[in-house]
Structures are given as C-alpha cells and as structure tokens.
Design a protein around this ligand. Sequence first.
Ligand code: 2RA
Length: 313
Amino acid sequence: NGPSVAVVGVTGAVGQEFLSVLTDRDFPYRSIKMLASKRSAGKQMTFEGRNYTVEELTADSFDGVDIALFSAGGSISKQFGPAAVEKGTIVVDNSSAFRMVDGVPLVIPEVNPQAMHGIKVGMGKGALIANPNCSTIICLMAATPLHQRAKVLRMVVSTYQAASGAGAAAMEELELQTREVLEGKPPTCNIFSQQYAFNLFSHNAPVQPNGYNEEEMKLVKETRKIWSDLDVKVTATCIRVPVMRAHAESVNLQFEKPLDEDTAREILKNAAGVVVIDDRASNHFPTPLEVSNKDDVAVGRIRQDLSQEGNHG
Ligand code: 2RA
C-alpha cells in the first residue's frame, strides 16, 4: 500500500538522493516511476531489489501518481509541474521555479510544516510544494529554533558550497580536475568557467545589478517567505569550495532579545534535525566529510559575537 510516487530527474544527483531518502525513511510507497529526459530513457536501474526502466518524462507521466518529487531544473518544473498538479499529483519541487510564487508553500518540514496545511496525499487533489535552496535550508534549520526564542533581526551568512550542489557532473569535474592538476595537465573546465580543484570562487550563479549573485539573494528572499517576516535583514556571500559533498556556512545572528551561548547550544541540541558538534577542547566542529550522506544539520562554533556591545571576551 502507500502512495504511488514518481521521481523526476532520477538519474541526477538529487534524484538519486530522493531514492536514498525513500529507503532511509522506509517510505511506504505503492509503486514508483523513474522519470528522466529522453536521453536517459530506457536505462535500467535497480532500487530496493526491483528492476526499473527509466521512462521519458511526458505530460502523461503523472496519471495515477500521488506524489512527484521533481529535481530536473527549473524549466522542466515549469513545463511539467502544473500538468502534474492538474492530474491530482502533489508535486514537491526542488527547483527555484515556484519558490517565490504567492500561494506556493515554501517548506522546510522541521521549520514551517504549517505552510502545507490542507495538502493531503490520497485525496486526488494536486498541489505544488517548493523546497528552498540548499543554503537557505541549512541556515534556517539552525537559525529558526533560536529565532523562535529571541527573534532574529539581522543575519550575516557566508557559505562554503560543495560540488554536489551543482550536480553530478560538477562532482565528476572536481574529481577529474584534481587528477589532472596532480598530473600537471590543464584542468577540464566544462561545468564551471574556472579551475575548481585546489581553488575556490564566488558562487557560479549570475551576479545581479546590486552586486549579489542569485544564490545570495535566495537566502534573503526565501528566509523572509519561510519566516513570514519581511523585516528580517539578511546579507550573504556564497562561495564554491572544492569539497565533494555537504555545504558549510558561517551564520552570524543578531537577536532582538538577549540570548547567551549556553542557552543557544541547549536549544540547538533539542532542535529536530539538528546535531551539535561543538567540542572546543579538541577543536572538533562539523566538517563536510563527517556530515556527508546524513540528513541532520550539524552546528558548531557556537559563540557570542565579541563585536556586539555587552559581549566580552
Ligand atoms: C548550489 N544552489 O549551487 C545549489 C544547490 N541547490 O549548491
């Protein structure tokens, strides 16, 4: 029993993660459709002991599908998302296509599940649910429990984003470039316009006239929507670092009410989906290697900001 599921973009990095999460969470599906572009159609794959043929995504793919998980880029979501909703499918979309559209819930389940109120699987009524950008999800998983206690007025975020966020091809490019550089060969730059291995650079998203790139502006806009707080001040700097998986972030929060670091640590320890790794004595804090392939957001380096009045070293 359980709902019928479709994974759109199943051959991509996120599509593969969708499948792992279904397994990890023991998700009780009735059937599953593996959907991808024409290029990948016909590929054979095995999932949970069953063989599947990857099917080409078309407008008819969603007949009888209860839940569709989309991660095949914004244009595919725009083309097929609404068609799926018409067929009564609940679409969970990982692209940026609908995130800022009024009436489309932008949801981090641990943060604002109430935004999905009224959306129910198995009622034959379709709906679109967007999930935020990766940088916003990570940031708000940690910041929201603190925000609920002391209200965040301003947030300064710096990111250290891994290859995985740019997809499977970027991960392959990082590996290939690392080998090429070590062998003294010129690095192949197909996905990024510059050398990635042994380097870092400003995030590859287009830079806007205000000087911020689109990745940075997602943190600004999505935070406001998810917190339903148009006044929260957010500024971000997003950087791509040569790490295979798992983004890291520095998040500096300014609160309306006082909040000491011990209280903040306790709140985070009790927050759903968050683990605290904050061992000053052995200089052990979260690392990408440690959190790769895990669901929880790891938080560490929790401390008062000495530059703020009233905080002493
Ligand atoms: C990245 N925005 O660039 C992506 C992940 N969703 O890492």
